[in-house]
Write a protein that binds this ligand. Structure first.
Ligand code: SAM
Length: 275
């Protein structure tokens, strides 16, 4: 297996600290963070042993700690793993961390069967596994205990198209309709030569199929955001009023769990277990 075949480690090494802003940079991002937090809380209990894959700078490491889990922190990028240490050291969350290692989601062979209550891979590690995603997911299922969960989020094809329309228009300008159509069909950004960030975006039905082909059962799915990707000024105004925001988030989280919205956010969340 090549070391960094799709360039995701190099990309996140370069991105460095900027990754930390992703889920807090504006109101829609903070809505997405809330959806991720609440989804995670459904599957993690105090005392759980959790393997976090692609932990990045540690937003969900801290979240796992606050849920009372013990967390083995891993990332493919040494820069992100260092940032995780830097941001958690000196906080109460660090005492929940049982270790920190470089790990590629495609190879969890170092862990015994049923080693963890939960494996968490938020923010797309599986979107960087491309053809190996199914084998990778089977590997994650192998290392959770029988009633454990794999909780993950991947990039969404249809939601990204909706949310990043100017970016898609720029792709058409630069590469033409044929390549853009190929990306829309496959979700695979490797079709665009020379782009800085390649990943595989999924449709919700493809993610479900991935889980099932890998031998798992889908327990729950969610879009990462829905109404909060609408008019930014309206979303910001809602956030400025805490009681309206709290109500909006309740509705947003509920809507994201409906089948009709699963493809409508920037990411798709899944919790899977053994059949
Ligand atoms: C978008 S960040 C998500 C960080 C964090 N989980 C979050 O949701 O805030 C994606 C992370 O996946 C890591 N990653 C990329 N390719 C990976 C791979 N093949 N195996 C494991 N992690 C990978 C990156 O280094 C990066 O830290």
């Amino acid at each position: 297996m090549s070391d960094d075949p799709f360039g995701s480690r190099a990309y996140y090494d370069r991105l460095g600290e900027a990754e930390r802003d992703r889920l807090v940079r504006d109101a829609p991002a903070r809505a997405s963070l809330e959806v991720h937090r609440r989804f995670l809380a459904r599957f993690v209990s105090a005392g759980d042993r959790v393997l976090e894959i692609g932990a990045g700078p540690g937003r969900f490491t801290a979240e796992l700690a606050s849920l009372g889990a013990r967390v083995h922190v891993t990332d493919f990028s040494p820069v992100q793993l260092d940032l995780n240490r830097k941001h958690l050291e000196g906080t109460g969350a660090e005492s929940a961390v049982t270790g920190r290692d470089i790990l590629d989601v495609r190879d969890v062979s170092r862990f015994d069967d049923a080693s963890f209550d939960v494996v968490l891979a938020y923010g797309g590690p599986l979107s960087y596994a491309f053809e190996d995603a199914e084998a990778a997911f089977a590997g994650l299922l192998r290392i959770i205990r029988p009633a454990g969960y794999v909780v993950a989020s991947v990039m969404s094809m249809l939601g990204t198209w909706r949310h990043s329309l100017p970016g898609i228009a720029a792709v058409v300008d630069r590469f033409g309709d044929e390549l853009n159509d190929r990306v829309i069909r496959t979700g695979d950004l490797r079709h665009l030569p020379g782009v800085d960030h390649t990943c595989r975006m999924f449709r919700a039905n493809q993610l479900r199929e991935l889980v099932e082909t890998a031998g798992g059962r889908v327990e729950a799915m969610s879009a990462s955001n829905w109404a909060s990707l609408g008019d930014p000024a309206t979303v910001a105004a809602l956030e400025a009023e805490p009681s309206r925001w709290a109500h909006f988030i309740e509705n947003e989280v509920a809507a994201c769990g409906e089948s009709g919205t699963l493809d409508g956010g920037t990411h798709i969340l899944v919790a899977a277990t053994h059949p």
